[in-house]
Write a protein that binds this ligand. Sequence first.
Ligand code: KIV
Length: 266
Amino acid sequence: MKPITLTSLRHMKQAGEKIASLTAYDYSFSSLLDRAGVDFVMVGDSLGMVVQGHDTTLPVSLSDMIYHSRCVARGVARALIVVDMPFMSYQVSPPQAFENAGRLLQEGGAQVVKLEGGAPMVETVRFFTERGVPVCAHLGLTPQSVHQLGGYRAQGRDATSAERIRQDAHALQDAGASLVVLEAVPAALAQTITRELAIPTIGIGSGPDCDGQVLVLHDMLGVYPRPSPKFSKNFMAGQPSIDDAIKAYVAAVKQGRFPGPEHSIV
Ligand code: KIV
């Protein structure tokens, strides 16, 4: 089967075909996801919480991300591999960020790197993309800023912050970002951004109109022992196996059945 590229994802947006993504942190799960038809595998720094048991993603190191990315890459033949840049690996300066992104590509097998933040990240995104490193941006609830946000809360609920997120999305696209994750923003805002941008939007808790969806694997399998976000859904319920749960998720995203209103911020 032909490998998925950023061009394939852009064509899927243009054709109105939904993009399905899940996180993975190891070889066995990434190979299951790949065979179940997930379009891109995200090696999220959520591993700090669901694999390492921390309260936040902040303690995750670059070496952790390289290690898990390398494990994931061994299991993937078709899906695109998007890897999170962890906290403090990209905020200091564009050259510092670029060196670390280079390690994720060279040592971790990343094909796209993801970083959190709006306007302050524009220069870094431009620095990366002018030098051939593709970027997935991440707006809305940005977990690395949990302390500044005052908790894991929905973002963009008032007109001013909604407009800031919308403008940030445009600025990141103009700087060369290839994808943008919209986490926990109102469905109507995600719909507007999705309509306005040429690059695919990937929603998590942000309604059904994004070009694609992503969930944290441990949330959608119901194995995370702490409470999962309300916008997540346990796809293991009623399924005989993990493989079936992952296939049910992919089918629900592709057919526009997930997320429903109960899994979207309004
Ligand atoms: O860290 C992560 O897993 C993520 C996504 C789920 C968007 O950033």
